[in-house]
Design a protein around this ligand. Structure first.
Ligand SMILES: Cc1cc2nc3c(=O)[nH]c(=O)nc-3n(C[C@H](O)[C@H](O)[C@H](O)COP(=O)(O)OP(=O)(O)OC[C@H]3O[C@@H](n4cnc5c(N)ncnc54)[C@H](O)[C@@H]3O)c2cc1C
Length: 391
């Protein structure tokens, strides 16, 4: 596929407001697509449509912004490794304290072999080694820990988002206020325009669904079912009188996580039941009901935790297989999806944006082959297996 730029760029310059690409949603994913499109093809007319420039409810503003290489699927490992390189290129610091997964020795050993074969720097630690390294940790019932020695940790997510947006705009992408409500399509299913809530239309050669937790509604407007659901996650900001030396991002086998954040800790867990579209107010009861006892069991010093504040954001959960959907649906060949990152979209945004840009510009992936994350697997009922999902 060749870029539609010559024709639409001519029309744009003639004042007809036809973009080569309209991207719906200017969160980190939409900003990354815009950044890569304009970096790889500076003459392209790219419009980034956003209904709320405050990003108050956007996942990109409410994320825990951590990056790991401890996935079980090589593709996810490579997506995150690309993200790590990109953060370094942008000059965004990563606090490389690692993730620490606690769990079953046989399972961690099997996954570790895949991780090491794909360049991830992950060490397996016995309970005795864990106790020596993290004396504040209760290793009762723990068979093994997997610790990222480099290339894993956390970063300033809003800084990545802001930098992608700033650079995309400096490279010529236009940020437009407005809400997409639907699409104009021809008999072959091709998108000719994005239709806005105010009744206007943005004619385009390609459209991108980068609507984050709201991606399912936008896909439905094109008649395409997308199993991406907005699932609220509460993040607690906690203080603890005792410091925990060298504390990594810890994933407990019971399903909660915590990590340091400045002089505080942040923590969260998967809520039960896990319902769609709950209002974005933190569920404060979750701390007492589902977190505190488990945290204090794993780290006895956490018995004196204090909740300082909490916030809530939506995971854009792909209920099919908890992995991103990157590519087009066969029924709409110029509507591109970059959705359903299921809790790892911040770290995968650089690679996902580049992948979509390559598909639009060259009709194929050129840097990382992301074909396994395409729509076809949903149509074929073939989930991409990723056993390390942080719900
Ligand atoms: C609590 C929490 C913790 C997380 N922790 C991590 C982590 O540690 N590491 C990690 O990698 N990821 C993490 N994530 C996931 C990550 O934050 C998301 O995957 C990522 O931010 C998704 O970006 P996005 O651009 O797709 O969505 P968003 O940031 O939500 O952006 C979508 C944008 O689309 C706009 N929009 C929607 N519909 C329309 C429309 N019809 N018209 C116009 N605009 C529209 C919205 O206003 C919004 O601004 C976490 C998420 C949460 C909620």
């Amino acid at each position: 596929m060749t870029p539609p730029s010559p024709r639409s760029a001519d029309l744009s310059s003639a004042g007809l407001n036809i973009a080569d690409v309209v991207i719906v949603g200017a969160g980190v994913i939409g900003a990354s697509v815009a950044y890569w499109l304009t970096r790889l093809e500076p003459s392209l007319a790219v419009q980034l449509l956003e209904r709320d420039r405050s990003f108050a409810q956007a996942s990109s503003a409410l994320s825990a912004s951590s990056i790991r290489q401890q996935f079980s699927s090589p593709l996810n490992i490579h997506l995150s490794r690309f993200g790590l390189g990109f953060l370094r290129e942008m000059g965004i610091d990563v606090t490389e304290r690692g993730y620490l997964y606690l769990g079953n020795a046989a399972a961690l050993r099997a996954i570790n072999a895949v991780q090491r074969a794909n360049g991830a720097d992950i060490a397996l630690l016995s309970p005795a080694e864990l106790s020596a390294r993290f004396p504040w940790l209760n290793v009762a019932g723990i068979e093994m820990g997997a610790l990222g020695l480099s290339g894993e940790g956390w970063f300033d997510g809003p800084a990545l988002h802001a930098e992608l947006l700033r650079r995309a705009r400096a490279q010529g992408a236009q940020l437009i206020d407005g809400e997409a409500k639907g699409f104009e399509r021809d008999a072959k299913g091709r998108i000719g325009a994005v239709l806005l809530a105010d009744g206007s239309r943005l004619a385009c050669g390609h459209a991108v669904n980068a609507a984050g937790p709201w991606a399912r509604a936008l896909a439905a407007a094109a008649g395409i079912p997308l199993p991406v659901h907005a699932r609220r996650r509460t993040v607690f900001v906690l203080s603890c009188p005792q410091a925990l030396a060298d504390c990594p991002l810890l994933i407990d086998p019971s399903g909660f996580w915590f990590r340091p954040e400045g002089r505080y800790f942040i923590a969260g867990t998967t809520p039960l039941p896990d319902l769609d579209d709950l209002p974005l107010q933190p569920n404060l009861a979750e701390f007492d009901e589902a977190l505190w006892a488990r945290m204090a069991h794993r780290v006895p010093a956490f018995a004196s935790l204090r909740v300082e504040r909490a916030w809530a954001g939506y995971y854009e959960m792909n209920l099919f297989d908890a992995n991103a959907v990157i590519g087009a649906h066969p029924d709409a060949p110029n509507l591109w999806f970059a959705n359903g990152f299921s809790g790892h979209g911040m770290q995968q945004a650089p690679a996902a944006g580049r992948g979509i840009a390559e598909l639009i510009l060259h009709g194929r992936f050129e840097t990382l082959d992301l074909a396994a994350l395409g729509f076809q697997r949903l149509l074929d009922g073939r989930p991409l297996v990723e056993s390390i999902v942080i719900g």
